[in-house]
Write a protein that binds this ligand. Structure first.
Ligand code: NAD
Ligand code: UD1
Length: 340
């Protein structure tokens, strides 16, 4: 069996997926430019799995350097995590997001074509659904209408992949639309390590818990939801990682292009998540009600029947598991991968 090329493999979701791949006997080559991750991740992966994957500090945007990788290794499949993901930053630097996210995906496709690599798993996002007309969201629901450049890059890449699949009948592509990944590996050795003040809810909560931030700002309590706070579909990152292994298996059936939501199918409000975190870890999270965050929707959660019916994959871990594991990671690594 050839190798699995994992772009963005030292990032949050990538590192958890690499651990699952190595634990299941896959041979992995990681490419990451370390723009949003640390080299230390590789030591942690080795501690968990006893294996050290090949690693190259390369930008996927650098076609010549990427060509060396395709030249050197017999690659079976590519899992493409590499990309920039901050909604806020994308509003300030839309061109950077377009060139990095769309540009790197285009280069990957060109090299896959050149080297006859047919299988690709792509990290898309629930953000492609824009403002949902109804929940739960199905894969057949319309995409587009994103309120920010980051989301638009995911829509544009999905369209590019659809075009590619039409003209390359031998290509097998799994577009995975992630809902809200939280949690960490149960060893506490790898986890989410955002730079600066976190934009997302769970890392904000854990940084309050560890004393780096004074309190959580709950962004609005007048949404049309169970308690007025925003509802999302939080999926444990280890479940999400296993979804990639299921997708690789699916690609062996040569299905052409397939699309799956990866979520739990269950919505959880901001305050429900806060209380679950408090209960799981016997901690108190101080919070204040703050204004709404522009661009936020009331509710966003997945229907995940398709992933179950076609890949026999579903999320197995629950919110409590994720709260416990996020805290294990943060409390053991108060400064993330940096030494204190
Ligand atoms: P992350 O930032 O932790 O990981 C992405 C990795 O890609 C980083 O290690 C970064 O250094 C690397 N990278 C960025 N541009 C690169 C380039 N040009 N060449 C090589 N490496 C590059 O993010 P994550 O949370 O692990 O997300 C992984 C993927 O999943 C991203 O494509 C993201 O958009 C998508 N996604 C994430 C979420 C989420 O909530 N975390 C939700 C939906 C989709
Ligand atoms: C955000 C992005 C989305 C991206 C996803 C995962 C926006 C508008 N959307 O989704 O494109 O795919 O992250 O990276 O940014 N909240 C608080 N206080 C906080 C942080 C968040 O109350 O300090 C609330 C939010 O208002 C929301 C919920 O918590 O209701 C989840 O927020 P977040 O973790 O940022 O995820 P999304 O908004 O779903």
């Amino acid at each position: 069996m050839g190798k699995i090329l994992v772009t963005g493999g030292t990032g949050y979701i990538g590192s958890h997926t690499v651990v699952e791949l190595l634990n299941h006997g896959y041979d992995v080559v990681i490419v990451d430019n370390l723009s949003n991750s640390k080299l230390e991740v590789l030591n942690r992966i080795e501690k968990i799995t006893g294996k050290k994957p090949a690693f190259y500090q390369i930008s996927v945007q650098n076609k010549e350097e990427m060509r060396q990788i395709f030249q050197k290794y017999d690659i079976d499949s590519v899992i493409h995590f590499a990309g920039l993901k901050s909604v806020k930053e994308s509003v300030e630097k839309p061109e950077l997001y377009r060139s990095n996210n769309i540009g790197s995906s285009r280069i990957l496709l060109e090299l896959m074509e050149e080297y006859g690599v047919n299988n690709l798993v792509f990290s898309s996002s629930a953000t492609v659904y824009g403002v949902p007309k109804r929940v739960p969201l199905y894969e057949t629901d319309p995409i587009g209408g994103c309120t920010n450049p980051y989301g638009q890059t995911k829509v544009d890449i999905e369209l590019m992949l659809n075009e590619y699949a039409k003209t390359h009948p031998q290509a097998n592509i799994a577009i995975l639309r992630y809902f809200n990944p939280i949690g960490a590996h149960s060893s506490g050795l790898i986890g989410e390590d955002p730079q600066g003040i976190p934009n997302n809810l769970m890392p904000y909560i854990t940084q309050v818990a560890v004393g780096k931030l004074p309190h959580l700002n709950v962004n609005g309590n007048d949404y049309k939801t169970v308690d007025g706070t925003g509802v999302r579909d939080y999926i444990h990152v280890v479940d999400l990682a296993s979804g990639h292994l299921a997708a690789l298996k699916k690609l062996e059936e040569k299905p052409g292009l397939v699309i799956y939501n990866l979520g739990t199918g269950k919505g959880t409000s901001v305050l429900e998540l806060v209380h679950a975190f408090e209960k799981a870890n016997h901690l108190v999270i101080p919070y204040v009600i703050a204004p709404r965050r522009p661009g936020d929707v009331d509710e966003n959660y997945a229907n995940c029947d398709k992933a179950w019916n076609e890949m026999h994959w579903k999320a197995k871990l629950n919110i409590e598991d994720a709260c416990r594991d996020s805290w294990l990671w943060q409390s053991h690594n108060p400064h993330g991968y940096d030494e204190d």
